[in-house]
Design a protein around this ligand. Structure first.
Ligand SMILES: C[S@@+](CC[C@H](N)C(=O)[O-])C[C@H]1O[C@@H](n2cnc3c(N)ncnc32)[C@H](O)[C@@H]1O
Length: 207
């Protein structure tokens, strides 16, 4: 129903996160085990990971970024919100981890093709329309030499998540229905795996 839909345009989304960054640490209790579990199972197990490079988009306050920095040779992390990036920089410095943090827009990805081994997005793909999701994945697949890993909400519609995502102005209602297998076929990836975990989904698009 249209009145239940609330889509935030990019500039409003950036302003929202510049405000919300002050409260994002309250997510730590739930996010940390979710992301740690996904990383331990599906990222730390990448063969030769310590010699590889990672690029993360929409890094937020760095929940995933710091874990990538402990595994990969180098990590570049980008986000559209300077507030979220500021928190992530602080968190990395406190943990004595080196990350190249930069401003960056998922709707205008400007990395050169084949410039990172793996690309990541955590809890941000659902912010975008199905057409933009496909555009974003297509661009990241061009940047990544090996593949793209998405960590995001479980694909079972949850009322509480739907309410939070309505406030956020995301496309959660579309995201839970998107056929990512079909999208992976259209993007001509060599393999696609969607792993449903208790508190998230992990999608691996591999060349
Ligand atoms: C729900 S938070 C997720 C943050 C982090 N990845 C995590 O797992 O905690 C969504 C993030 O997407 C960022 N974002 C929203 N639109 C973006 C865009 N067009 N380009 C880059 N980042 C964007 C926001 O600033 C915010 O940091």
């Amino acid at each position: 129903m249209p009145f239940l839909k609330h889509r935030r345009p990019p500039e409003s989304m950036r302003r929202f996160y510049n405000w919300f960054c002050r409260h994002y640490n309250s997510m730590e209790k739930t996010m940390t085990p979710t992301i740690t579990g996904a990383v331990d199972a599906h990222v730390a197990t990448i063969p030769g990971v310590s010699g590889k490079t990672a690029l993360e988009y929409a890094c937020g306050t760095g929940f995933l970024t710091l874990q990538l920095a402990r595994l990969f040779k180098t990590v570049t992390a980008r986000d559209a919100s300077t507030g979220m990036l500021g928190k992530a920089r602080f968190r990395a410095a406190r943990a004595c981890l080196t990350v190249d943090f930069r401003d960056g827009d998922l709707l205008a990805i400007d990395e050169a093709d084949n410039s990172a081994d793996w690309c990541f997005i955590s809890f941000a793909l659902h912010l975008f329309s199905a057409a933009d999701q496909e555009k974003i994945l297509g661009r990241l697949l061009a940047v990544a030499r090996e593949g793209v890993i998405i960590i995001d909400h479980t694909r079972k519609w949850e009322p509480l998540t739907a309410f939070v995502e309505w406030l956020e102005g995301s496309h959660y209602d579309i995201y839970v229905k998107t056929d990512f297998h079909a999208m992976a076929n259209r993007l001509k990836v060599k393999s696609f795996t969607e792993i449903s975990r208790k508190t998230c989904v992990v999608m691996i698009f591999r060349h």
